[in-house]
Design a protein around this ligand. Structure first.
Ligand code: SF4
Ligand code: SF4
Length: 336
């Protein structure tokens, strides 16, 4: 059975982009160097910034991101510092290239999950989105990590270009030894926004027809699945994570956002200067979160409204959930 994961302030989730540089240039990359610069955090900043967020809530989870975080030579140092600072869970999101011999620099005790990004079940579809050769490298990286005892998860970002291959993922996940499967939905920011990403968005009918079914299939094979709710049902209550949860999206230029959909704009609620965290003066993203609109998420309406649909009299046919609201399907469901 799928369950909605409620928002809570008991845990802080720290999405730490330690650099914006990457060896790939995925068609849907959300990194916006115009907004977040090209620098990498220094070793000292890595430690100081991690301490700023370590005790914001009773539990803190950190996800190291980039760009490609394994391109940063101090990533293993950051991971070990996060452990010392008491972070409850430590995850590294990678495209699979695992630079600087990353797997030899850390142990499975240091990292809770290494999360690999793959956007197609086949080389053809994945490489058309993420670049030639990236499929084989990612699969080899997963196999190596699994063979060394690391827990691995896989992130599949669904868009109009790869939804059809989601059905082919379950046997691949089993074959690779993946422990958790995360389905994401395309956000129209970064490259996708620049190139006019309306065609990448998936309709409500298609999303609801395909994603929960594949999730239950995968869970039936023993692998837990998490996927975004995206479209609210009539009886669902709308909540904005920016107001009721503690998520921090940190960039190497010191910007700290509370909502990932705001990242293409200088709307960040906080800023790190001289290794101290400050609230920014109004107007910023937190002021937008307060706006109650019939379409649900206000930032969705502002930046990626092509997933909305209206009936007679301009009434929205449904509401869009917070992009951070997730459904989780635990193993135990019968395979379809
Ligand atoms: S999506 Fe990730 S792997 Fe792809 S170009 Fe962007 S940062 Fe690199
Ligand atoms: S995605 Fe929408 S609902 Fe969620 S934090 Fe951002 S503005 Fe709030």
């Amino acid at each position: 059975m799928k369950k909605t994961v409620s928002f809570s302030k008991r845990a802080s989730n720290v999405f730490f982009h330690i650099l914006t540089q990457c060896n790939l240039s995925c068609r849907h990359c959300y990194i916006n160097r115009g907004q977040h610069g090209t620098r990498a955090v220094s070793r000292d900043e890595m430690e100081s910034w991690l301490s700023l967020f370590a005790e914001k809530s009773p539990e803190s989870n950190v996800i190291f991101l980039g760009g490609e975080p394994t391109m940063h030579p101090d990533l293993p140092f950051g991971i070990k510092k996060a452990r010392e600072l008491g972070y409850t869970s430590i995850t590294v999101d990678t495209n699979g290239y695992l630079f600087h011999d990353f797997l030899s620099q850390v142990s499975p005790l240091d990292v809770d999950f290494i999360s690999f990004s793959l956007d197609g079940a086949t080389k053809g579809v994945n490489d058309s989105i993420r670049g030639t050769g990236s499929y084989e490298v990612c699969l080899a990286g997963i196999r190596k990590a699994v063979s060394m005892g690391f827990s691995t998860s896989l992130i599949y970002t669904v868009s109009g270009e790869n939804l059809t291959e989601l059905d082919q993922m379950p046997p691949l996940l089993v074959d690779l030894g993946i422990k958790e499967f995360f389905i994401q939905v395309i956000g129209i920011r970064g490259n996708s926004a620049e190139k006019g990403g309306a065609h990448l968005q998936v309709t409500r009918d298609l999303w609801q027809k395909v994603v929960p079914r594949v999730a239950e299939h995968v869970a039936g094979l023993g692998i837990p699945v998490t996927f975004p709710k995206v479209f609210l049902d009539e009886t669902d209550c709308f909540e904005c994570a920016g107001l009721v949860a503690n998520n921090y999206f940190i960039f190497p230029n010191g910007r700290v956002y509370r909502c990932p959909l705001c990242e293409d704009y200088p709307l960040h609620a906080h800023e790190i200067k001289d290794n101290k965290l400050f609230d920014r003066p109004k107007i910023h993203e937190m002021d937008l979160f307060q706006l109650a609109i019939p379409e649900g998420c206000v930032m969705n309406k502002l930046i990626q409204p092509d997933n909305l649909s209206y009936g007679p009299g301009g009434i929205p046919r449904y509401r869009i959930a917070c992009c951070l609201l997730k459904e989780r399907v635990e193993p135990g469901c019968a395979p379809l």
